[in-house]
Ligand binder design. Structure first.
Ligand code: C2O
Length: 499
């Protein structure tokens, strides 16, 4: 393990991933931004240089390292006004944290307003030289990372304004696979190509970096074997297609065992009402699987998501992950989170719409807040104490992929089933709330301030979130208290709401 120093300049750029040129925000150039790749056990020191200067989009920023637990480094988690104040234009901020043995597929994105929809997002992979599942594949490198994104021709602040006026969640103009896509009537932008050799097995890392839709991923004429959900190794399950919700990651092993040729990779984005934007045709979200020796032409294969669709209920963590380690005893606290919309487009959870407090929740904890009534604004913060087993149930009604920071969780009941599983439930950090009563459990073993929210970024911005204040007393003691940097505290007064 090593300390890996990474420079991540964040700046404005012009991009045209689907052939329509627009202003955007990039981390290191391009959309998606620079990939961050480290090895198991590494620590990182990521110097985020905020060079944003285009006033049509947010110019302050704050970045979340999605899926990392941030043990004793809650201040490096990223969400603006939960864990830190935004980084003002012209400033550099160091995110220093330990990947602490976590391995697999992660990503990073702005966690200020809806800024990541303007491009500020990229992958973050932790390779394990001794991966216990290594015998299942031959190739696993940067060439096999597959990002799934939605893309909008409007800048996010304008799209969000339209949403507030019309009540209709922004509809993307295109879907992108590895940063390439097409819209109706647009130019024939070359699709991304994934190159394979016949006879080899590839670990494809599907990473959704989307603001809204989910993607139904499949490859014509091929099946695949799923082995990872959100950084957690799972026993292999064969499927022909999988729904990848916003912010989820799935590793699948593809056996390149078909005749040499070109095959469509398909990932139509769906979710919500896709009508209403004539540019958007989900079927245009494609890429090319090309065998060595095949001509450089587009595939003519037909197909789509037929056959078995992977479900969370059939996925079980590998033995090394400790399946079912929370047991089936009663939880110490159970939260039932009811989603309502008394004042659309705003969402309430148990009667309250989340708005950012004026002082980050973590700063409030560090300066003494300990009970829900101490927090500003008070009741959006849920208190949990050290080492409690927490159960969260979210009844469905609308598709919402919920993400918990600082932890992953055991999905003891998926949304589309009444069956509970405490023995070996799927473990991940984003789970969709669909029809039924989705329930997950986690252990409060990580003091901090942790967001739980819908990962449809447009929904987060209209209040679909709560914050856990986990073990506040432990936050104020031990190494965490000593490494809270003064320059972090100094950020708050520099933040201007207009940025
Ligand atoms: Cu990937 Cu709070 O988010």
């Amino acid at each position: 393990s090593a300390l890996v120093e990474i420079d991540l300049p964040v700046f404005n750029t012009r991009v045209s991933p689907d052939g329509f040129e627009r202003d955007a925000i990039t981390a290191g150039g391009g959309v998606p931004g620079q990939a961050i790749i480290v090895n198991k056990g590494d620590s990182v020191d990521i110097a985020l240089h905020n060079q944003l200067d285009d006033p049509s989009m947010r110019r302050s920023t704050a970045i979340h390292w999605h899926g990392f637990f941030q043990a004793r480094t809650s201040y490096a988690d990223g969400p603006a006004f939960v864990n830190q104040c935004p980084i003002a234009p012209g400033d550099t901020f160091h995110y220093v944290f330990d990947t602490a043995g976590q391995t697999g597929s992660y990503w990073y994105h702005s966690h200020l307003s809806t800024q990541y929809c303007d491009g500020l997002r990229g992958v973050f992979i932790v390779y394990d030289p001794d991966d216990p599942q290594k015998d299942l594949y031959d190739v696993d490198d940067e060439s096999t990372i597959i990002t799934l994104a939605d893309w909008y021709h409007d800048v996010a602040p304008d799209a969000q304004d339209d949403f507030l006026k019309s009540g209709t969640v922004p509809i993307p103009d295109s879907g992108l696979i590895n940063g390439r896509g097409r819209f109706v009537g647009g130019p024939l932008v070359p699709y991304a190509v994934v190159n394979v050799e016949k006879g080899k097995r590839y670990r494809l890392r599907l990473v959704s970096i989307a603001c809204r839709p989910f993607f139904t991923f499949s490859i014509d004429n091929h099946e695949f074997t799923a082995i990872e959900l959100d950084g957690v190794g799972h026993d292999p399950v064969v499927a022909q297609n999988v729904d990848v919700y916003a912010a989820q990651r799935v590793s699948v092993v593809l056996n390149a065992n078909q005749p040499v040729g070109n095959y469509w990779i398909r990932a139509p984005p769906t979710g919500g009402n896709p009508n209403g934007n004539p540019n958007f045709d989900p079927q245009l979200t494609k890429a090319i699987l090309r065998y060595a020796g095949a001509p450089e032409v587009e595939p003519t294969t037909t197909g789509g998501p037929t056959g078995h669709k992977l479900t969370d209920a059939e996925m079980h963590p590998i033995a090394q992950e400790g399946p079912g380690k929370l047991g089936d005893g009663p939880p110490d606290i159970a939260f039932n989170l009811q989603i309502t919309q008394p004042n659309p487009p705003f969402f309430d959870i148990n009667g309250i719409s989340y708005i950012s407090p004026p002082v980050p929740v973590l700063l409030q904890i560090m300066s003494g807040a300990a009970h829900p009534m101490d927090f500003l604004p008070s009741s959006q913060v849920l208190l949990i104490e050290a080492n409690q087993t927490i159960e969260v149930s979210i009844p469905g009604g609308g598709a919402h992929p919920f993400h918990l920071h600082g932890h992953n969780f055991d999905i003891v009941r998926t949304s589309n089933s009444d069956v509970t599983n405490y023995v070996n439930p799927a473990r991940r950090d984003v789970v969709p709330v669909l029809g039924g009563n989705m329930t997950f459990r986690f252990k409060a073993d990580n003091p901090g301030a942790w967001f739980l929210h819908c990962h449809i970024d447009w929904h987060l911005e209209v209040g679909l979130a709560v914050v856990f204040a986990e073990a506040p007393a432990a936050n104020r003691a031990g190494p965490h208290a000593q490494i809270t940097p003064d320059d972090w505290l100094a950020l708050c007064p520099k933040y201007d709401d207009l940025d």
